[in-house]
Design a protein around this ligand. Structure first.
Ligand SMILES: NC(=O)C1=CN([C@@H]2O[C@H](COP(=O)(O)OP(=O)(O)OC[C@H]3O[C@@H](n4cnc5c(N)ncnc54)[C@H](O)[C@@H]3O)[C@@H](O)[C@H]2O)C=CC1
Ligand SMILES: O=C([O-])CC(=O)C(=O)O
Length: 338
């Protein structure tokens, strides 16, 4: 006969499995996992304890990336899927991150990627609508200002669009703003968080330095230079890579950081907030119905879209320049699906 202690020990695994405090089973899929962003992003997601299963898909190379990443000694399981197995890759996914598509070369704008990436993103969104219609979708593929409306319109066509579950990943702008601002005063970027609103390209990127404690003191030419660097940080990397692509490592970091925030919200953590490009009422009356601002994340995805708060005179001007361009980018995405 088993002793009481032995019975307790024997019973422990099943009670842990079903206890309310156990982490949820969270399958995360990466579409475009074989690419410059996809590979390091997959590695970082393998290190995230909130990811219990990692599904890596690409038209090229995903099984190899999966075999490699799967040797990392964290608990999650990793499976790679090749071109014909998109549906299997998506089955049961709670969060789907999309870095599939071509990157810029020097001299190109993000909008120049539209012709190639629009159909890639649309076709992946159609598969998500069919196989994992309730998943949270995190769009990295550029031009984000247009690809997010493309995903929305595709899901809408399939009758499964939930605005609370679609996110354009603008975290790299937030990461850059904190890093560049910290660099000016030798501060720790952890102490120089900046809210970045608008969209994700040039003039549509609007950093709200007046709302950041270290940002207020940056004035005049230094302010102009800092704003320009935040808005055009992507070009800095494209030029330095001399035709070999755009930001991949910092983007993987930003993508993993944002995915972790979404997962924390889905897991019921309160007060998780970050800027992200979502279907938004803030400027919808001006025809801009997707916009990045601080968003609270929760068990259903978007919990609350926060207002942009008080802006300085300079920021009002930046916002005025942002809105018409963003409107054009959004309309272009919608028109592509219509
Ligand atoms: N949101 C943001 O802040 C940022 C966005 N990006 C964008 O991310 C995208 C990817 O950039 P990289 O990884 O550097 O490019 P990459 O060319 O290195 O990788 C893209 C991957 O997508 C795959 N792919 C192409 N069509 C596919 C499909 N139909 N299904 C699945 N996979 C497919 C390719 O095989 C490739 O492995 C680009 O559009 C880039 O502009 C890049 C940096 C920052
Ligand atoms: O600049 C690019 O093309 C890639 C990107 O979106 C970024 O680095 O912010």
């Amino acid at each position: 006969m088993l002793s009481r202690a032995a019975l307790r020990t024997w019973a422990a695994p099943s009670s842990r499995l079903f206890s309310s405090s156990s982490p949820r089973l969270t399958k995360v899929a990466v579409l475009g996992a074989g690419g410059g962003i996809g590979q390091p992003l997959s590695l970082l997601l393998k290190s995230d304890p909130l990811v219990t299963s990692l599904s890596l898909y690409d038209i090229r190379g995903a099984p190899g990336v999966a075999a490699d990443v799967s040797h990392v000694d964290t608990a999650s399981e990793v499976i790679g899927y090749s071109a014909d197995h998109l549906d299997q890759a998506l089955e049961g996914a709670k969060v789907i991150v999309i870095p599939a598509g071509v990157p810029r070369k020097p001299g190109m704008t993000r909008d120049d990627l539209f012709n190639t990436n629009a159909s890639i993103v649309r076709d992946l969104a159609a598969a998500v609508a069919r196989v994992a219609p309730t998943a949270c979708i995190l769009v990295i593929s550029n031009p984000v200002n247009s690809t997010v409306p493309i995903v929305a319109a595709t899901l809408e066509k399939a009758g499964v669009f939930d605005p609370a579950r679609l996110f354009g990943v603008t975290t790299l702008d937030v990461v850059r703003a904190a890093r560049f601002l910290a660099g000016l005063s030798s501060a720790n970027p952890a102490d120089t968080a900046v809210t970045v609103i608008g969209g994700h390209s040039g003039a549509t990127i609007v950093p709200l330095l007046s709302q950041a404690s270290h940002g207020k003191s940056v004035q005049g030419e230094a302010y102009e230079k800092l704003v320009h660097r935040i808005q055009f940080g992507g070009d800095e990397v494209v030029q330095a890579k001399e035709g070999a692509g755009s930001a991949t490592l910092s983007m993987a970091y930003a993508g993993a950081k944002f995915a972790n925030l979404v997962l924390r919200g889905l897991n019921g953590e309160k007060g998780v907030m970050t800027p992200t490009f979502v279907k938004s009422p803030l400027f919808a009356d001006q025809g801009v119905d997707f916009f990045s601002s601080n968003v609270e994340l929760g068990v259903n995805g978007v919990e609350k879209i926060h207002p942009i708060g008080e802006l300085s005179a300079e920021e009002e001007k930046l916002l005025a320049a942002c809105l018409p361009e963003l409107k054009k980018n959004i309309e272009k995405g919608k028109a592509f699906v219509a």
